[in-house]
Design a binder for this molecule. Sequence first.
Ligand code: CP
Length: 301
Amino acid sequence: MKNLISIRDLNADEILQLLALAESLEKNPAQISLTRRVMAAIFYEASTRTRMSFESAMKRLGGEVIGMVGTSGTSVEKGETLADTTRILARYSDIIVIRHPLEGAAKYVSEQVNIPVVNAGDGANQHPSQSLLDLYTIKKAQGKLENLKLALIGDLKYGRTVHSLAYALAPFEPEFYFVSPKSLRMPSHILNDLSNMKVKFQEKEKLGKIVNEVDIMYVTRIQRERFPDREEYEKVKNAYIISADLLENAKDNMKVMHPLPRVNEITTDVDDTKYAYYFDQAENGVYMRQAILATLLGEAK
Ligand code: CP
C-alpha cells in the first residue's frame, strides 16, 4: 500500500489486515512509534472528525502534525497551485492527508509527490479512511462483516462515505437497501459496478419495514453544499428523520451509524437507545487512522 486514494485499491485481505492492526492498536497503542515522523494535514474543505482524528492518531503514536485548515493565511490566496502547495509540503513532511472539493484531487496530488498520500475526501467521490473505520465499527458491532443486511439512507448521490462503503463491503457478500429520494439515488456507475461484482441491492424511496430487517442503518446528511440549486435541497432536506420511536421493532443487535456531522436526520432521543453507535464510530476513527498511518509509513508489524 503506497497511498490510500480509493477503497477500490484495496483487496479483502488488505482490508482485513488494516482492521486487525486497528484492533491491536486500540488494545496496545505503544507497539508502534512514529516519533520524528511528520504528517501534513491539508484541508481545503471543512472537517472536524477526519482532520482531528488523523491528528490525534499521529500524535498518540508520537508523531508531529503540520497543515492548513482552509486556505486563509496560506499562499493559495496568492494563487499558488495545488501541485506547488503539495510539492512543498511533501518536503516538510512524511505523509500527506488531503481533503479537497474536487473529485480526483487526492490522486492528482499523489502524482505530484513522492511521499504517501491519503484521500480524506475528494468532492462527492470517495472517503476511503472513513470506509475503513466504518468496516471496523461494523465488525465490532456485529462480530463479522459477512452476509450483513444494511440500509444506506439519505444522500446517496453526493455522499462520498456511502460510495466508498458500498465498494468496501462488496467482497463480504452484503445485502443493501439504498434508500434515497429519486433525485439523490446512488450514481448509476456505482450500481453497475456492484451488479458486476454480484452484490445484492434494492433501491427504495421509503424506509418502511426495512428498519426492522437490517443489521445496520447507515444514515447520511443531505449534502447541502454540493447542491447546485438551493431549491432542490429544500425539497429533500427532511426526507428521512430517524427517531427513537421509529426503532421500536428494530432487531436487537441493529446499530445506527452516521459518518457525522448530523443536521436533523437522527433526532437526539436516539442517542440514549442501544441502537446509537455513531459516537463509537467516530472514536474508532483514531484506531483505524493509526493503522493507516503506520502501514503507509512502513511501521506496521
Ligand atoms: N465523517 C467526516 O468526514 O466528518 P468530518 O467532515 O467532520 O471530517
